[in-house]
Ligand binder design. Structure first.
Ligand code: NDP
Ligand code: GDR
Length: 382
């Protein structure tokens, strides 16, 4: 539904960094629905990397195309200035990032450059082009800022204690946004978002690794899923609910920072259990620490033809432990509810079902190909 107030008014223009990612794709859909012209920055890659937005792609030759992609990178200052100049956005959503916490320990400098300095580069682009009073800025801040938590649940006033190069880079980004708001009167704000997932979640984040891995095992494409810390506790929401809030944050009178969370917490182990049940598999967890594993207790229905009771389908592998772990995160979204009327609409169980159904469909396709003699590579190495 298009909600542009007056049909003849100039449509609002948004620029999204990270448009090819999970959130960027849902946000682009939302803004197109609202009548925006949406510009997105995509990275040059040796293979197509626009799968998440292919369904909303518009041929640039079409007159009045409302979805346009530009090559760019958050590490490239002149490129960012040029894109902001060309697009003259009313709103910038800075979602682009090296967003994997574990990978940030392998690539700390790159993560700092893109996630920290990249934010500064965009804010400076706005300032250099004299757009401080026109362009509103949303920064994808994160619950990882709380790291070693100082208070439960975490709210806007909870002190930060980042525990990874990713979180430290995002801490810089958080404060530079606050500073530019105070120093230059810019409408710039931080959404401190807790983990949010969907069938579009990257395959190496824990929820998607679980739903995809178990679906592959159920269809006989893999034998075992190797996991890190099963005790880790997270507050998981659905990405669709969270991008709605990103837009709402830029429509207020005054820029403010908000915590976005569900207020409910589960362990990685519980997420595994819920996903297995969706596939008709009942699991029993045995052992402790690095020796912990999940064994199939019973199988019902037709989703897991490849499985037998007694089979070990999940094992802990310390290679997925992090040098410093964030053990527990639980958000308090009271401010967002009171000030903006935002409440999440999709519960965890519903999201698990949606993710498992999508991954099972893909696993079935792969199994069909495999059974007809085609080679299928199903890597779960993360
Ligand atoms: P994804 O990893 O799915 O998407 C990240 C996006 O950033 C991709 O489009 C990616 O491009 C792009 N990107 C990566 N590096 C660069 C770069 N150097 N220059 C330009 N773009 C780049 O993340 P999500 O959609 O899950 O998250 C969106 C944002 O929200 C991120 O900033 C993340 O850190 C933050 N966040 C996410 C949370 C979550 O639970 N999902 C919670 C809190 C914050 P490509 O597709 O080519 O890789
Ligand atoms: P997180 O998400 O680090 O919270 O960052 P991730 O899904 O990677 O990990 C969540 C928790 O699960 C534990 N875990 C594993 N994680 C992965 N990836 N793979 C495993 O095998 C595994 N086993 C256990 C992790 O140790 C961790 O405790 C996400 C990203 O989207 C960030 O960009 C975002 O800022 C935060 O969420 C909020």
């Amino acid at each position: 539904m298009t909600t542009n107030p007056t049909p003849n008014a100039r449509p609002k223009v948004a620029l999204i960094t990270g448009v090819t990612g999970q959130d960027g794709s849902y946000l682009a859909e939302l803004l197109l629905d609202k009548g925006y012209v949406v510009h997105g920055i995509k990275r040059r890659s040796s293979q197509f990397n626009t799968q998440r937005v292919d369904h909303i792609y518009q041929d640039p030759h079409i007159e009045n195309a409302r979805f346009k992609l530009h090559y760019g990178d958050l590490s490239d200052t002149s490129n960012l200035i040029r894109i902001v100049q060309e697009t003259q956005p009313d709103e910038i959503y800075n979602l682009g990032a090296q967003s994997h916490v574990a990978v940030s320990f392998d690539s700390p400098e790159y993560t700092a450059d893109v996630d920290g300095m990249g934010t500064l580069r965009l804010l400076e682009a706005i300032r250099i082009l004299g757009l401080e009073k026109k362009t509103r800025f949303y920064q994808a801040s994160t619950s990882e800022l709380y790291g070693l938590v100082q208070e439960i649940p975490q709210k806007e006033s909870t002190p930060f204690y980042p525990r990874s190069p990713y979180a430290v880079a995002k801490l810089y980004a958080y404060w530079i946004v606050v500073n530019y708001r105070e120093a230059y009167g810019m409408y710039a704000c931080n959404g401190i978002l807790f983990n949010h997932e969907s069938p579009r979640r990257g395959e190496t984040f824990v929820t998607r690794k679980i739903t995809r891995g178990l679906a592959n095992i159920a269809q006989g494409l893999e034998d075992c899923l190797y996991m890190g810390n099963l005790d880790s506790l997270r507050d998981w929401g659905h990405a669709k609910d969270y991008v709605r809030m990103q837009w709402m944050m830029l429509q207020q009178e005054q820029p403010e920072d908000f915590v976005i969370a569900t207020g409910v917490q589960y362990s990685v182990r519980q997420f595994i259990d819920m996903s297995a049940r969706e596939l008709g598999i009942t699991l029993r967890f045995e052992g402790k620490g690095v020796d912990e594993r999940a064994v199939v207790q019973s199988v019902e229905g037709e989703h897991a033809p490849a499985l037998k009771p007694g089979q070990v389908v999940v094992k802990v592998d310390p290679r997925y432990f992090r040098p410093t772990e964030v053990e527990t995160l639980l958000g308090d979204p009271a401010k967002a509810k009171a000030a903006l009327g935002w409440v999440p609409q999709i519960a965890l169980q519903e999201m698990v079902t949606e993710m498992v159904v999508a991954d099972l469909e893909e696993a079935r396709r792969h199994a069909l190909l495999k059974n007809h003699g085609y080679a299928v590579a199903v890597s779960s190495e993360h």
